[in-house]
Ligand binder design. Structure first.
Ligand SMILES: Nc1ncnc2c1ncn2[C@@H]1O[C@H](COP(=O)(O)OP(=O)(O)OP(=O)(O)O)[C@@H](O)[C@H]1O
Ligand SMILES: [Mg+2]
Length: 248
């Protein structure tokens, strides 16, 4: 199986705090690979190094065998890596359609020449916009302003904006955080559907979701990788149980 993302010995020290220590993982194309661990385990730090928010102290990140270690965030969408941010990141005064349209447009013109787009291109972007809006279940809201949507719908819109970048690899940082139970179920189902088309690296606190949708789970504790494997293996791991109960 093709490994779309390879992380080797990734490390981050904040002064004396070793937030992430020597972590290696390989993410198989077309799967959901989840990162879990108790509070302070190093999940966000690990994610932030992959997505170019902070540079690693040591180690490597390879995407499709290209060394992207320390690449800044803004370079990644054009390479096929998109991160869905925890903080809602939509234009409130624009409609659902305009938000998604802008995302597709901005990621589709890779050179200045492309700025002079033909009508055909605009029609293609329109079509793509409708498809993505439909994929996230917002067709009935397509002409509503983002600010008029419920919180759950805004999170779906945020996902649509992320998909507008046409990623191969989706980095999802707690996509169900703050969602009501019904919206959580919808988001979980959406992630499951998206995994048919995209590779997904997921941080998620809600264990039942992780167990339900992941193919592989990596468990961090105190900045170290303590276990990795199928949901079944993780469920039955004494090391993982101890970590969650606060036993070293
Ligand atoms: N900018 C920073 N400066 C100093 N220490 C930091 C910084 N960011 C994170 N840390 C520390 O690194 C460790 C890992 O933090 P991190 O936020 O990555 O954990 P997490 O697994 O995402 O936790 P949570 O589940 O609470 O979100 C913690 O001890 C944290 O206090
Ligand atoms: Mg975190």
């Amino acid at each position: 199986m093709n490994k779309i993302l390879k992380i080797q010995n990734l490390t981050k020290n904040f002064g004396n705090v070793s937030a992430v220590s020597n972590i290696s993982i390989e993410v198989e194309e077309g799967t959901i690979h989840s990162i879990i661990g108790p509070n302070g385990a190093g999940k966000s730090t690990f994610f932030n190094m992959i997505s170019g928010v902070i540079p690693p102290s040591d180690g490597y990140v390879y995407y499709k065998d290209k060394d992207i270690t320390g690449f800044e965030s803004y370079k990644l969408p054009h390479m096929g890596i998109a991160k869905c941010f925890q903080i809602t990141n939509v234009f409130p005064k624009l409609t659902v359609k305009e938000n998604v349209w802008a995302s597709i447009f901005s990621c589709s013109h890779k050179s200045k020449i492309d700025l002079f787009k033909s009508m055909n291109d605009f029609e293609a972007i329109d079509k793509e916009t409708k498809k993505i809006v439909s994929d996230v279940g917002l067709s009935h809201k397509i002409d509503d302003k983002a600010e008029e949507l419920s919180h759950g719908q805004q999170r779906m819109l945020e996902m649509a904006i992320t998909l507008g970048a046409k990623p191969d690899l989706l980095l999802l940082d707690e996509p169900t955080q703050g969602l009501a139970p019904e919206a959580t179920v919808e988001m979980t189902e959406l992630i499951r559907q998206l995994s048919k088309k995209y590779t997904i690296l997921l941080i998620e606190h809600k264990m039942h979701i992780v167990m339900e949708i992941s193919k592989i789970i990596t468990v961090l504790n105190f900045g170290e990788k303590i276990e990795e494997g199928s949901p079944n293996k993780i469920k039955n791991s004494k090391k993982v149980q101890d970590a969650y109960l606060g036993r070293k």
